[in-house]
Write a protein that binds this ligand. Structure first.
Ligand code: ATP
Length: 203
């Protein structure tokens, strides 16, 4: 399977871009979705989290209360490491499972932490959605109703634009109108189909 990695900072437009590839018939594997799948009700991971942090982390509908868990690990490096050690391998396995099961000509793998979490190793090439930081801030604040400080503190935990761009094979500069993304994704779709064909010929 030919895997195109798609990344960008918070609010850069990863979903706006991946929606367009999906409309072209390409399957999307999303690291955030995989991170939710591994702690669904009834999973061993959810039970381990509940016995480690307390049963009050399980909401009435049997799902993990993610906001409460974030609070528990926010200021505690040891607890964060415990959680990461449990979840990262499970998330990695789930992502691989979804990539292997994809049936479109190639697959887009979206992750906000592609560069930070080493997930780049799963990709044949990397597409970065890049926007100036002030646009990233404005769009995220408008979408999530957050204040600038909240968004800035998340941005501070992510790779910088320069770090991402240094790893990019392809870049979409998303400072344009949404409609202009259609043309750029359609162009890239042709490129990725061609690269997929080349990879399949090599095998
Ligand atoms: P996150 O990392 O938080 O999941 P993201 O990278 O997936 O974010 P999107 O949700 O796609 O980002 O975009 C952030 C917000 O900006 C959304 O409300 C989206 O509709 C809007 N947006 C994205 N691209 C554009 C654009 N070119 N013009 C105007 N608004 C845009």
């Amino acid at each position: 399977m030919f895997v195109v990695g798609l990344t960008g900072g918070i609010g850069s437009g990863k979903t706006a871009v991946s929606d367009r590839f999906q409309a072209l018939g390409i399957e999307i594997v999303d690291a955030d979705v995989a991170a939710r799948v591994v702690v669904e009700p009834g999973t061993e991971a959810l039970e381990k989290i509940a016995s480690h942090f307390g049963k009050d982390l399980i909401a009435e509908d049997a799902h993990l209360d993610r906001a409460a868990l974030r609070k528990k690990v926010f200021d505690d490096e040891n607890e964060r490491h415990w959680l990461e050690k449990l979840l990262h391998p499970l998330i990695g396995t789930e992502i691989l499972r979804q990539l292997e099961n994809a049936s479109s000509p190639y697959v887009i793998f979206v992750s906000p932490l592609m560069v930070e979490a080493g997930q780049i190793a799963l990709c044949d090439c990397l597409l970065v959605v890049d926007v100036p930081e002030h646009i990233q801030l404005e769009r995220t604040m408008a979408r999530d109703n957050n204040d600038a400080q909240q968004v800035k503190s998340i941005m501070a935990t992510q790779a910088t634009r320069e770090e991402r761009l240094a790893k990019a094979d392809y870049v979409i500069v998303n400072d344009c109108a949404l409609e202009q993304l259609d043309q750029r994704t359609t162009e890239l779709h042709s490129t990725f189909l061609e690269l997929t064909k080349q990879k399949n010929q090599e095998i």
